[in-house]
Design a protein around this ligand. Structure first.
Ligand code: GZL
Length: 333
């Protein structure tokens, strides 16, 4: 009887251990102190919810994330939300169900993320924000933000303009192509630019509308601006793709971009440097999309339960027409 009881006890113990093992291989395996993540051979799985493929900047950003994950030996689950917040939220929920080790994403707009970020936190999955920020009262919902200072980019655009027109009385009539409505880059680039030009009332923003960061929409909105404003002096575009679309509309209207209408843009994609070299764009404020390596470093640290900086900013510059030719060959995106 005692032997049967002993056999039974061993069987129960074996059964229990196999169930736990099964659970732990499905759930993220914990490190020695229970803080680390990754599967049994330490390989980390990252769920990345990308905004979409709306611009040259985004294409370069996606390529950087994918190549850096490969280089870092991180398994990447990637989703493209086609610039829709509901698709990004769906992707994050899928990553939670798949029990990935870390979630990273570039929030298409600033608001509306607390619920899904709380779901990730409750599931014990750390989140890293890249490129764009979220507007939340609970900073514990993500471990770090990696990206640019968009207000500074807007200020740099404004500073070029005030210097360019320092000796002129004005008025200087500006049209503004805003990025995606509600997105951090659109909100902040608008604010930074306005902050700099408000000091001199010769600068007047006569029209400001979203071109959704795309060439097609940038061209369409610029066509409307040209129809309703005969005396445009400057175009301020929140990204190169909208500026390049707008240039097509300016030329179709028989005006010279870069001369009749000065063009200020942000991002620094190759096509913008080519246009600058042709005299069609006057200044490009760089916004670096090549965040992949820094993101993977953060992901590894977060997966290991290490503390990371809450904000990691990328280096970027400002390029004027006279610098375009020399800079173009070394541009990486
Ligand atoms: C900025 C990024 C913006 C780019 C656009 O970091 O979010 O989105 O400026 C892109 O080109 O579409």
């Amino acid at each position: 009887m005692a032997r049967r009881a002993a056999v039974l006890a061993v069987s129960v113990a074996l059964l229990a251990s196999s169930v736990l093992t099964a659970c732990s291989t499905q759930a993220p395996a914990s490190g020695t102190d229970g803080s680390g993540r990754g599967d049994s051979d330490g390989k980390i799985t990252l769920g990345f919810a990308q905004v979409g493929a709306e611009s040259g900047w985004r294409t370069a950003n996606t390529k950087s994330v994918q190549e850096s994950a490969e280089k870092a030996g991180i398994t990447l689950k990637f989703s493209d939300a086609q610039q829709k917040q509901e698709n990004q939220i769906k992707a994050i929920r899928t990553f939670i169900q798949q029990k990935v080790d870390v979630i990273a994403f570039s929030p298409v707009v600033e608001s509306g993320w607390d619920t899904v970020l709380r779901e990730a936190k409750d599931a014990g999955i750390p989140v890293v924000l890249t490129d764009r920020a979220v507007d939340t009262k609970d900073p514990s919902l993500y471990k770090s933000f990696l990206g640019s200072d968009f207000v500074k980019e807007g200020r740099s655009a404004g500073e070029w303009l005030t210097a360019e027109y320092a000796k002129e009385n004005g008025p200087v009539n500006i049209v503004e192509l805003q990025g995606t409505t509600g997105s951090a880059p659109a909100n902040d680039r608008k604010a930074g630019f306005a902050e700099v030009i408000k000091g001199d009332d010769k600068f007047k923003i006569v029209a400001s509308q979203s071109g959704d960061f795309t060439r097609a929409k940038g061209k369409e909105v610029m066509q409307a601006f040209l129809k309703s404003h005969k005396d445009i002096d400057v175009l301020y575009a929140h990204n190169d793709d909208m500026a390049l679309g707008a240039i097509q509309a300016i030329e179709a209207a028989g005006k010279k971009p870069g001369e009749d209408i000065k063009v200020i843009s942000i991002d620094g994609i190759k096509d913008a440097f080519v246009a600058m070299n042709q005299g069609k764009i006057n200044v490009v404020v760089e916004c670096n999309p090549l965040l992949g390596d820094q993101l993977m470093d953060l992901v590894k640290k977060v997966a290991a339960g290490e503390n990371v900086p809450t904000r990691v900013e990328v280096e970027e510059g400002v390029f004027t027409q006279d610098q375009a030719a020399e800079a173009l060959p070394s541009r990486k995106y």
